[in-house]
Design a protein around this ligand. Structure first.
Ligand SMILES: [Zn+2]
Ligand SMILES: [Zn+2]
Length: 346
């Protein structure tokens, strides 16, 4: 198969031919039809992710058709159109049994713990527990874009943040995660404020549902600006970027008993950010992480897609080739791309 491959962190990846994968006994091989490019791929390529062993094939947001199945797989057959959460649980541990495969200690992550989907084929373990059938009218590129940012945002807003209609939600960072969070919170009836340093991204944020935006490049005190718009602070705030500044602001701008959800990854030098802990205690704030979403929760998200309440296809930016993904991956931390780039040519 053709794949993107690197054997050292931070060096230009190759496009090269590698042996086709074979399924494990409880896994499948998927022919990749579309796969999204994400900041976590950049973190991985930089060497920030301890799960990655070299040499490596990145890619974790994917959709495609089942090309081969292991002998124990019962629920999927060759030709099925599927996607998969980027965290796949083992199905056998306590976390998985409690419905929380997204924190399974034996988790399988394509593109991190195993070779990923920047390739013509990808092997996925624990298939029966984690694959998700695609509705007929859902195209592969949109389905691929759900796997990480959109699904993670859905869990962050709906399950972790418990956003309700009429609440104020602040979203720090209007990249793929942030725009998804804005769209989802807005669909639930919340009033959403988008915060970014790019006016282009802020105008996109308003297009997908933000009722107000704050340009961080010209606003001195962002927490104060949020407090002013919301008359006292956000009920729920999301750090969709993952940086010490956005994390701090996202907690700082909460009203009393507000909920902060950390979605953007904090790796490398950002692994131990400053937290306004006195405010967390005095105002009884709640702080959550959000790490992917379990396959069984896709049903609720898919239902909102099918009825048109959510339109993740709006968030797709460029369709690119595997070759074009090499420079795109390497410049992911500084690129000003609007929306999600998806590889659809291999
Ligand atoms: Zn498990
Ligand atoms: Zn991702």
């Amino acid at each position: 198969m053709k794949a993107m491959y690197y054997d050292a962190f931070g060096t230009t990846p190759d496009i090269r031919m590698l042996p086709d994968p074979t399924p494990s006994k409880d896994g499948v091989v998927i022919k990749v039809e579309a796969t999204g490019l994400c900041r976590s791929d950049w973190h991985g390529w930089m060497g920030h992710d301890p799960d990655i062993a070299l040499p490596h094939v990145p890619g974790h947001e994917l959709a495609g058709t089942v090309a081969a199945t292991g002998r124990q797989v019962l629920r999927y057959k060759v030709g099925d159109r599927v996607t998969v959460p980027f965290v796949s649980g083992c199905g056998r541990c306590g976390e998985c049994h409690s419905g929380n495969a997204q924190v399974c200690p034996n988790q399988f992550q394509p593109g991190f713990t195993h070779w990923g989907s920047f390739a013509e084929y990808v092997a996925i373990d624990f298939a029966d527990q984690n694959l998700v059938h695609l509705p007929e009218n859902l195209d592969y590129a949109t389905a691929a874009s759900l796997g990480c940012r959109f699904a993670t945002s859905f869990r962050a807003i709906v399950d972790q943040g418990r956003v309700r209609g009429g609440e104020w939600v602040a979203v720090h960072g209007c990249g793929g995660v942030g725009l998804s969070a804005i769209m989802i919170a807005s669909a639930l009836g919340a009033n959403v404020i988008g915060i970014d340093i790019s006016e282009t991204k802020l105008s996109f944020a308003r297009e997908v549902g933000a009722v107000a935006t704050i340009d961080g490049s010209v606003t001195g005190d962002i927490a104060e600006a949020v407090r002013e718009i919301t008359k006292g602070g956000a009920h729920v705030s999301i750090d969709a970027l993952g940086s010490p500044v956005t994390c701090f602001n996202s907690i700082k701008n909460l009203r009393r008993r507000g909920r902060h959800v950390q979605v953007g990854l904090m790796l490398g030098e950002h692994a131990a950010p400053q937290i306004p802990m006195a405010q967390v205690i005095g105002h009884e704030l709640e702080i959550y992480g959000s790490h992917g979403m379990q396959a069984w929760r896709y049903e609720a998200m898919m239902a909102m897609l099918e009825t048109g309440k959510l339109n993740p296809q709006k968030l797709i930016g460029r369709h690119i080739s595997l070759e074009e993904a090499v420079p795109a991956l390497m410049t992911m931390d500084t690129a000003q791309d609007l929306g999600i780039s998806v590889i659809t040519q291999f």
